[in-house]
Design a protein around this ligand. Structure first.
Ligand SMILES: [Zn+2]
Length: 381
């Protein structure tokens, strides 16, 4: 009997070791090379002298840690539009109940100023709904916008518009868009609005609420004013470059419409799919997403330089993939990298600020401070 249980233990151990070895032999630790032959031109903007903030544009690179920025910088031959930022801080991303956050808890911290539990959306640790920056901005008669490349019921955009203890409840989160009052809403995720358990057609309901509801970019591009609800896909938008310049164009369209409000605006612009590429440990796809996000940053910075009263904050909600830059060559855009996880990591993430009051984002702080500082700057409380 003793002999058999001993044998069983040995066999079980071998199976377990093999299973673990398989899991870790995927891409983790393996050195992967990538080379970008065609760097893009970056813009150069002057620091803004003015001190009055009318608008805040918050740009989130989902899963965009310092290594994602550093690798993109080397791959683009030593330059990025991000280089223009005059003030830089570091944000701690922990969730209320876990060291390693998800986009729900981190988005909630930045959108509402309170640390939240893993997977929760716009609620406190007891499940009570919290007011977000967008809620406070709407109450002060500012215009608001959300532009993302994922579904709008995905975690990050949801934290600025919805309240739910579970990010998976996407059909319920969709209902929150009927009442949140955001003026310009753009992304994917039509399924949660038209293919629902309750058979409601929320696209029609949004139209009845006065939104210009569109499913094609050509239609969105010709809109000049008013409320916009545009979902171009059933699920997420395709990756860059397959989706073309639609993220850049949608961001600039949102800004041009929101800027018509003399009280100012708050806009959330998210490079949502940087995170997916981290989860897949796919460096070519990641570099493409970083290019699209950084080029959009270039366009936004040029607009903000010209405007003079807009604060632009670019940051991440967490890092994804445990990406490491091991070697490379700035002169030809070669990078040698490795990944250490298919999930998120717990490292501090960068916060870049440009424009009036940008100095307020210097230092090292919890991600809840993103909310606190924007609310203070826009005098939302
Ligand atoms: Zn995320």
């Amino acid at each position: 009997m003793k002999y058999y249980s001993c044998l069983l233990a040995i066999v079980f151990s071998i199976v377990l070791i093999e299973a673990l070895a398989q899991e870790y032999s995927n891409a983790y630790g393996k050195v992967i090379e990538y080379k970008n032959e065609q760097p893009y031109e970056t813009v150069f903007v002057q620091p803004v002298k003015n001190n009055k903030v009318k608008n805040v544009i918050l740009m989130i690179g989902d899963g965009m840690g310092l290594t994602q920025v550093s690798t993109a910088w080397v791959a683009n031959h030593g330059r990025l539009n991000i280089d223009n930022f005059t003030h830089v801080g570091l944000s701690r991303t922990t969730a209320a109940n876990r060291l390693i956050t998800d986009s729900g808890a981190s988005g909630t911290a930045m959108a509402t100023g309170q640390k939240a539990n893993y997977h929760s959306i716009g609620v406190d640790v007891d499940g009570n709904p919290l007011a977000s920056i967008t809620d406070l901005a709407i109450a002060k008669n500012l215009s608001t916008g959300i532009v993302v490349t994922c579904g709008i019921t995905d975690a990050t955009p949801a934290t600025f518009c919805a309240n739910n203890e579970d990010r998976e409840m996407e059909e319920d989160i969709a209902l929150n868009y009927l009442t949140c009052g955001v003026d310009f809403i753009f992304g994917g995720g039509r399924n949660q609005f038209i293919h629902r358990q309750d058979n409601r057609n929320l696209m029609d309901e949004m139209k009845n609420m006065g939104y210009q509801v569109e499913s094609f970019w050509d239609k969105v591009s010709s809109i000049q004013k008013g409320k916009v609800f545009a979902l171009l896909e059933d699920g997420q938008l395709p990756l860059y470059p397959e989706r073309g310049d639609v993220f850049k164009d949608a961001c600039m369209k949102a800004i041009s419409i929101l800027d018509q409000n003399k009280n100012g605006f708050f806009a959330l612009l998210e490079g949502s799919r940087i995170d997916d590429c981290g989860h897949w440990n796919d460096i070519p796809k990641l570099m493409n997403e970083m290019i699209d996000f950084d080029q959009t940053i270039g366009k936004v910075l040029e607009w903000a330089e010209d405007d003079g009263n807009t604060l632009v904050v670019v940051l991440a909600d967490h890092e994804t993939g445990g990406l490491t830059l091991l070697d490379g060559d700035i002169s030809d855009g070669l990078i040698k990298i490795s990944y250490s996880t298919g999930g998120h990591s717990g490292i501090l993430v960068p916060v870049y600020a440009y424009g009036p009051k940008s100095e307020m984002f210097d230092g090292m702080y919890e991600n809840t401070e993103v909310f606190e500082r924007i609310v203070k700057i826009l005098k939302l409380k």
